[in-house]
Design a protein around this ligand. Structure first.
Ligand SMILES: Nc1nc2c(ncn2[C@@H]2O[C@H](COP(=O)(O)OP(=O)(O)O)[C@@H](O)[C@H]2O)c(=O)[nH]1
Ligand SMILES: [Mg+2]
Length: 286
């Protein structure tokens, strides 16, 4: 697959904007994708957060492997940060995140009380594109979206949304993904965190089949009747055969097969899968 890159200029600009926002907050919610927590984590951001408490939300947990998602959460919490598997579209999402935020900020609450003043808790949402930042913000703020400005008439002032028990910066910090590791960069492509226009679905499907055949061959058998795992191209052909993706003349319609595979994976139709194993990431999130 093509080497995936991010322009350094974008990186610097995104980081600078995030840095300004973080300063105004008591804590940060970093949204990761529970199907690929390591790939959707950008360790460069850790330094921006300074001493601010961080809650890592492993979102889209409805599409992910439950045990692995929990394993990553345990790793993160062992390192001193907070973590929560979440399905942001679930009706219980706001309540679960709210409870976690409140325990994360208990130290601030105690200090506020000592000083005899209770400032509102202010948080921001951050994460790489497509992890569900907007969905989380909508879930936390509810339908009404009460917006509270820092100062009326100051257009440059940040907008805060009043949520149950805290205020949320209305615009999420969009952070660039880290592409230092091409194995993890591929995971970003699989889950749809990279603009599809720059991706070759043929290549992508071959890589995905290779990885899924090592991780969960039984799921490929169940959905596509794949039984010969000797080579990814042969797997794609079995998929095409099963789904009837055959061109006039009898050739396999590889392109259709590739698209179907990636689409099925992204929508969770192959099963609940987390591509990375917590065992491989000893010091994750710390
Ligand atoms: N299955 C599933 N889809 C989700 C979840 N959260 C968000 N999405 C979907 O993921 C896509 C990207 O979400 P969005 O909030 O726009 O991501 P953003 O780019 O980080 O703001 C949308 O199609 C959402 O509906 C979730 O917990 N589960
Ligand atoms: Mg968004």
């Amino acid at each position: 697959m093509k080497h995936i890159q991010w322009f350094p200029g974008h990186m610097t600009k995104a980081m600078r904007m995030m840095e300004d926002s973080v300063k105004l907050c008591d804590g940060v919610l970093v949204i990761l994708d529970a199907r690929a927590p390591a790939a959707t984590y950008n360790k460069n951001l850790k330094k921006l957060f300074g001493n601010k408490p961080v809650l890592y939300v492993l979102n889209k947990s409805d599409l992910a492997d439950e045990g692995r998602a929990k394993g990553f959460c345990a790793l993160i919490e062992r390192g001193g940060a907070y973590a929560l598997p979440l399905c942001a579209t679930d009706s219980s999402a706001a309540k679960r995140v709210g409870a976690k935020i409140s325990s994360m900020l208990s130290e601030k609450h105690r200090k506020d009380e000592e000083k005899g003043m209770r400032r509102p808790d202010r948080l921001m949402v951050a994460g790489i594109p497509n992890t569900g930042k907007s969905t989380v913000i909508n879930a936390l703020s509810g339908a009404k979206r009460a917006i509270t400005g820092d100062k009326a008439g100051v257009t440059r002032g940040k907008q805060w949304i009043r949520c149950a028990g805290f205020e949320l910066l209305d615009t999420p910090g969009t952070m660039p993904p880290s592409f230092e590791n091409q194995y993890l960069a591929r995971h970003l492509a699989f889950i749809g965190c990279i603009n599809d226009d720059i991706l070759d679905f043929g290549d992508l499907s071959i890589e995905l089949l290779g990885e899924l055949s090592r991780l969960c061959p039984e799921k490929l058998t169940e959905r596509y009747g794949i039984s010969d795992f000797s080579a990814p191209l042969a797997m794609l052909e079995q998929l095409c055969k099963r789904r009837g993706f055959i061109l006039r003349g009898g050739e396999f319609d590889y392109e259709r097969g590739a698209k179907a595979l990636v689409d099925d994976f992204r929508k969770g139709r192959i099963g609940r899968i987390t591509l990375e194993s917590p065992e491989e990431y000893e010091n994750f999130g710390v």
